[in-house]
Design a protein around this ligand. Structure first.
Ligand code: ADP
Ligand code: SF4
Length: 686
């Protein structure tokens, strides 16, 4: 199909200094949890994005020297010739598809503790480590600044030799160069501090020196924040940023514009919707003649066209939309935007880097699996038999299994107990702010419309008898999991009901099903991810007061890995919810909840009439065991293969569910050695 002519503007080439991007789709630098540790994994993943039509594909940040080392968060590096060879794997793959490759040069300053290299970190002054490690930086003297410039130049030359087309000077996100620009941080008394001109000096020198080193062949881009400090969402505090920008406006070949508040720039969809940076961009295009790129979790072609037409940006920057759908540009180009797998804004992709493992994505189960499992987001092996497959349960696991098996050409029956498909994502997306989670279901439901070989049976709660009657060759049980009413005390699941009482103890499932408490409520969170906070907000809409209690030291502790913890807590505080940290809920009699301090064991009572438990989940594996029992517990005695997948096998995050469904579909009838299911990327030893 031809593309919508309104989208033609997105496919215009853009000249960036000495190179030209074939279109306006620009994958900005983003972390992957791969970096220099997993070069083949990384190269294949970036290559798939280029294949998907992105005109520019960048790396994550590249450390220019071992004194900027972010492990356990794996960054890329340009320290030596070995790095040139490793990066060449990526640039070759990107060039194969006519895209430009970009490398972001990076020096972390007080944000890195150099835990791996044990080099002394440097910054403007003797600062504490901003990631919370008990190390300080050495205050840079003029020799250090000269040395840094030399390292930067050498790294730029290595980037060029590795085949990169765009080389970045990275002056945002609280790293060293942004500290030089910041009037509150940079109080140096020499020519690199004080006046605006002095604070801008180092960035100017690095732009000029990078151009001098590689500018004949590579474009030089600068990443720059359009505002000076974090304010209210959507209300920029520009401060002197415009003046600073005017001083540098024509120096680089490309401006990549960010903002001060990372939790807004890369905000989760619960709190931040598409195109949040637009108010911050108001002066940028009018001050420079150079091309500009910025981000906004753009998934709608209409928004993209509007951003370009209204002069907000020249290039459509994307990290997350390119992760959720590496083929987003191709799908727009081929006139099938309805098949875009839209990012849901959950930031699970970001958690890979924060934990130190390769990236994964809730929407795109092939992300990070391109090299080691050979998975491609748009291609899948055709069926190898005429087998009929029954999938029971149409949550994210069952939907993805049905979609991917359908794409392979198998005859698939998908049975779902309720009228609506989507399982947990349908339930969770009805909670405050969570509507975009429904995209996990919507993308798959849309895909099933094009697969006549997949039959969907709604309102079909299957029993073991029903399953046996279907006559399928393969059966996958994807019946999900149910939130528990008890809690795990470290060794076993225990009830919190005080002896002899039957108090109102609800679960997250009750709240999602619309069963609300009627008086003061305690939401008890042992899950520690986003759901406890959202459930507290939902309950708060119905009753007050609401208190969130967790045995953890912070609200939604794990959500720190997805960069949303701070927002969850501040949101809860603004809404007036109470917070009890480091306490376990040990007893409840319907009038008082007994909270036990994690450290001292001291008990205190909170007067509440209801408790909502967000603790652990129980796999809904009754059907699986019923079927097995018909064969005396021996799966080989069944007339079909039987597998439980997703939350029914082991409850986890939604990304684990879509991955499980996808894996089931890939591995059905395929020769996968269970003892060696994947390739192992490692630094060569021979
Ligand atoms: P997952 O995250 O693994 O996909 P979910 O809990 O989101 O799990 O989805 C499981 C789905 O399975 C739900 O939509 C539920 O209605 C459905 N289901 C549970 N038991 C049965 C059954 N016996 N027959 C058909 N569907 C079922
Ligand atoms: Fe979007 Fe979530 Fe995928 Fe990240 S993990 S790209 S936020 S859907």
């Amino acid at each position: 199909m031809a593309r919508d002519p309104r989208c033609d503007i997105l496919f215009e080439p853009v000249k960036i200094g000495p190179v030209t991007a074939k279109n306006r789709f620009y994958q900005v630098p983003h972390c992957t949890g791969m970096g220099w540790l997993r070069p083949r994994t990384l190269a294949e993943m970036r290559g798939v994005k280029a294949e998907g039509g992105w005109g520019v594909v960048c790396t994550e940040y590249n450390s220019i020297h071992p004194s900027s080392d972010d492990l356990p968060h794996p960054s890329a590096s340009l320290w030596d010739d070995g790095d040139i060879r490793a990066h060449a794997l990526m640039t070759e793959k990107v060039h194969e598809h006519g895209a430009l490759a970009g490398a972001e040069l990076w020096y972390g300053g007080a944000r890195t503790a150099n835990l791996h290299t044990r080099e002394v970190p440097m910054d403007i002054g003797s600062f504490p480590n901003l990631a919370g490690h008990p190390f300080q930086t050495r205050a840079m003297d003029k020799t250090d600044i000269r040395t840094l410039r030399r390292w930067h130049r050498k790294a730029a030359l290595r980037a060029r030799d590795a085949g990169f087309d765009i080389v970045y000077v990275y002056a945002t996100h609280g790293y060293l160069l942004s500290n030089f620009l910041n009037p509150r941080v940079n109080t140096r008394g020499d020519e690199y501090g004080g006046s605006l001109e002095n604070r801008t000096r180092l960035v100017r020198e690095l732009i000029e020196e990078t151009k001098d080193a590689v500018g004949d062949r590579c474009a030089v881009a600068v990443r720059f924040a359009a505002d000076e400090k974090t304010g209210e969402d959507g209300v920029p505090i520009h401060g002197e940023r415009r003046d600073m920008f005017e001083m540098l406006a024509e120096l680089p070949d490309l401006w990549d514009i960010n903002i001060a508040d990372y939790s807004l720039e890369m905000g989760v969809s619960r709190f931040v919707k598409e195109a949040p940076l637009e108010p911050y961009m108001d002066f940028v295009k009018s001050v420079t003649s150079k091309p500009v790129v910025t981000v906004g979790r753009f998934t709608s072609p209409d928004t993209m066209v509007s951003q370009v037409k209204r002069g907000v940006t020249d290039l459509i920057g994307a990290a997350r939309p390119s992760i959720a759908d590496p083929f987003l540009p191709k799908k727009i180009e081929e006139g099938r935007p309805e098949t875009i797998r839209e990012c849901i804004g959950c930031n699970i992709c970001y958690s890979g880097d924060t934990i130190g493992v390769p990236i994964r994505c809730t929407q795109n189960p092939t992300m990070g699996e391109e090299w080691r499992r050979g998975w491609h987001p748009e291609k899948i092996a055709p069926k190898t038999s005429q087998a009929k497959i029954l999938i029971v349960g149409a949550g994210p696991t069952g939907l993805e299994a049905a979609r991917a098996l359908g794409a392979r050409g198998y005859k698939v029956m998908l049975a779902e107990a309720s009228r609506d498909l989507g399982g947990r994502v349908t339930r969770e997306s009805a909670l405050p702010g969570m509507s975009e989670y429904a995209r996990v279901r919507d993308y798959r439901e849309q895909a099933l419309l094009d697969l006549p070989n997949v039959e969907v049976f709604r309102e079909s709660a299957l029993s073991a008898e029903d399953v046996l009657d279907v006559g399928a060759d393969h059966v996958a049980i994807a019946t999900g999991a149910t939130w528990r009413r008890d809690r795990f005390d470290g060794e076993r699941f225990v009830s919190i009901a005080a002896p002899g009482t039957t108090p109102e103890i609800l679960t997250a499932d009750d709240i999602m099903a619309g069963r609300m408490p009627s008086g003061a409520t305690l939401v008890y969170d042992e899950d520690n991810y986003y759901l406890g906070g959202v459930i507290a907000e939902r309950v708060k809409q119905a009753v007050v007061p609401v208190t969130l209690c967790t045995p953890s030291d912070s609200v939604s502790d794990w959500a720190g890995k997805t960069s949303e913890r701070w927002r969850i807590r501040s949101h809860l505080m603004r809404a007036g919810g109470g917070i009890e940290l480091a306490h376990s809920l040990t007893r409840f009699d319907g009038q008082h909840a007994v909270l036990t301090c994690e450290y001292s064991g001291a008990e205190k009572e909170l007067p509440v009439s209801s408790v909502v438990m967000v603790t652990q989940r129980r796999p809904n594996d009754g059907l699986y065991h019923d079927i097995l029992s018909r064969a005396g517990g021996d799966p080989d005695a069944l007339p079909f293969t039987l597998k439980r997948i997703g939350d029914c096998e082991a409850p986890g995050i939604i990304a684990a569910a879509t991955h499980a469904g996808h894996r089931y579909a890939r591995e059905l009838d395929a020769a996968v050695d269970p003892d060696e299911p994947l390739k192992h990327d490692r630094v060569d030893v021979g």
